[in-house]
Design a protein around this ligand. Structure first.
Ligand code: AMP
Length: 577
């Protein structure tokens, strides 16, 4: 076991490490710290957040800086304000016993003169976000022409957020003979370009699995009529009960409008755009971070600062004007080793854009139909069943039990279950029953038909995110377990504690047999054919539906019928589609 003492760190730093309770250096610290302490070298390190990378560059930096000098010697560039503050605070803890050391945090949305004052008072290390740093350099409030160490943290994220030009500009103010240490979770070509242009024979270190970022995000598109965008958005949210998403709109006005409509319809939504004050934006971001907001509706510019790791879906309510912007948007999900889904709502005429994006990102989109009303009801019911099963009982309820038992007297278990579920089900059922199909005719023929021979079966399985699966790992797991090829399994939709997947009907016997009496960690795994009509052969009957526009939806929180559900303008078929 390698100890911190063996890495060559000074006693002041070792004392701080001991205070922090770090027992053993992490993998990246073991590899990077001795190298940076003994070699004068540039470095490219591939490492995710949470690997201990701040300390990996932080300790060597603190040990190399002259704390008696009053000039900025070390610059750390970081994508967001939150990360800037986080790194500054970490470094202050590490530098607890380094006398005279000052760290300045340079980020937008706070007083520039206060930051300039700290620099003038003799800060040796600046931790900065690109926008504010560029501003301060141009206003001659910060001189980085004599720095000795330049650290680019989360380089891929900075580029994802559109800071390429800013970084190039900032680096042009730094001296040639400085050392550059670049940390990134992935190595897209733009990061490689920066490494080539600004670094000299950098040492290369990779920690953990090299994550290309490419197959952690699945790209899907949904074709709808232009007036149906909002309704489609709601369906996508309803079909994913655990959704934690950024919804991108093109303009501030649309952003505000969509957020307001969602809130009006009872969703946990919020708006983030440039017309809000910094204070309002902080409040929205704070609520989003605490998962109080499930759907954050944002413009591209405002979303730059979002550094939340567990975003499950990015929804492109409208496609961006610039194709590059799509990459920045989809990069908000599938972070920190997790997988994610980027969904795009388009009209038929926008299909060409999808083709162009596919070329740019070198990945294929999957065309999917907007979930039908009955599918949504089914998903919501399973979700409710699982929520009930997994809810920890609040003992405070015990005192009320006799009275509740009185009210429910005479109902048997089955009746009780039916009633409980009807309460929840009717909300979606009564709303979606009145709704027509939204898919406005697929772009390519047979879209939405996920089988090669048109005969597909949809399965339900009681494994989900809670069991540590995402769509990709569940697909891999099932493929192996069922002895199927990659293309034989499709439409893997992972929910909180259950999932759906499709196979061609030729494999359905194999699926049921292979998973009969299968146990995972002692739990019986159940697989059943999903009952939603159309869940298998979904392409049938999707074209030529009658128009019946109605933008309101089931009130998420309110019970009973939606007031806004309105009257159908065209005659409806009975039941579901
Ligand atoms: P980072 O990857 O730099 O964001 O670090 C993730 C977290 O791990 C931070 O909260 C650090 O304080 C903590 N950390 C860093 N190095 C160690 C270590 N060797 N032992 C325990 N915790 C650590």
């Amino acid at each position: 076991m390698i100890s911190f003492q063996k890495l060559g760190l000074e006693p002041t730093l070792l004392q701080a490490i001991s205070d922090l309770g770090f027992k053993q250096p992490s993998e990246i610290q073991q590899k990077v710290i001795p190298m940076l302490l003994t070699e004068t070298t540039d470095l490219v390190a591939l490492a995710q957040t949470g690997t201990g990378k701040t300390a990996a560059f932080g300790f060597p930096l603190l040990q190399s800086i002259d704390a008696r000098s009053r000039s900025v010697q070390g610059l750390i560039l970081t994508p967001t304000r939150e990360l800037c503050l986080q790194i500054s605070n970490e470094l202050r803890l590490y530098a607890k016993y380094v006398k005279g050391l000052k760290i300045v945090s340079v980020y937008g949305g706070a007083s520039i003169s206060e930051q300039a004052k700290t620099i003038r008072s003799g800060a040796q290390i600046a931790v900065a976000t690109p926008g504010r740093l560029k501003d301060m350099i141009e206003r001659k409030l910060l001189d980085i022409s004599k720095i000795e160490y330049c650290i680019l943290d989360e380089a891929d994220e900075m580029l994802n957020m559109g800071f390429y030009d800013d970084i190039m500009n900032i680096l042009s103010y730094t001296p040639k003979n400085k050392l550059t240490w670049l940390f990134s979770a992935t190595m897209p070509s733009e990061v490689e370009a920066i490494a080539r242009k600004f670094m000299m024979n950098p040492a290369q270190i990779t920690v953990g699995a090299r994550n290309t970022g490419i197959d952690t995000v699945r790209h899907e598109y949904y074709v709808v009529g232009g007036r149906d965008r909002y309704e489609a958005l709601k369906r996508l949210a309803d079909a994913n009960p655990g959704i934690f998403s950024v919804v991108f709109c093109r303009t501030k006005r649309d952003t505000q409008k969509v957020a307001e409509k969602l809130i009006g319809d009872g969703y946990n939504a919020g708006a983030l755009h440039g017309d809000l004050s910094q204070n309002q934006r902080d409040l929205v971001m704070g609520a989003f971070r605490k998962n109080q907001i499930q759907l954050l509706v944002a413009t591209d510019v405002a979303a730059r600062g979002i550094d939340v790791d567990d975003i499950t879906h990015v929804i492109n309510y409208q496609l961006p004007d610039e194709i590059e912007t799509y990459t920045h948007r989809s990069g908000r999900t599938g972070r920190a080793g997790k997988s994610g889904v980027s969904m795009v709502i388009i009209t038929r005429s926008e299909h060409g854009k999808i083709k162009r994006i596919e070329k740019k990102i070198n990945q294929k989109f999957e065309e999917k139909p907007i979930p039908s009303g009955l599918e949504i009801c089914e998903i919501q019911l399973y979700h409710l069943a699982n929520r009930i099963k997994n809810t920890e009982i609040d003992e405070a309820i015990t005192g009320f039990l006799p009275a509740i038992a009185d009210v429910l007297e005479g109902l048997d278990r089955n009746e009780l279950i039916k009633k409980i579920f009807t309460v929840e089900f009717s909300r979606y059922y009564s709303y979606y029953q009145k709704k027509r199909e939204l898919n406005s005719g697929s772009v390519k023929s047979g879209a939405g038909d996920y089988s090669s021979n048109g005969d597909s079966v949809r399965f339900f399985i009681n494994l989900g995110e809670r069991d540590g699966f995402d769509w990709k790992s569940l697909k891999d797991f099932l493929k192996k377990k069922l002895n199927l090829e990659r293309d034989d399994l499709y439409k893997v939709d992972v929910k909180d504690s259950f999932s759906f997947f499709n196979t061609d009907s030729a494999f359905s016997g194999q699926v049921v047999e292979s998973l009969a009496s299968f146990k995972l960690d002692g739990r019986t795994i159940k697989v059943e054919i999903s009952n939603a009509p159309g869940s298998g052969r979904r392409s049938k009957g999707q074209k030529g539906r009658k128009r019946n526009y109605d933008a309101s939806g089931p009130k998420k929180r309110s019970r009973g019928k939606s007031k806004k559900s309105g009257r159908p303008k065209n005659k409806q078929k009975k039941g579901f589609y």
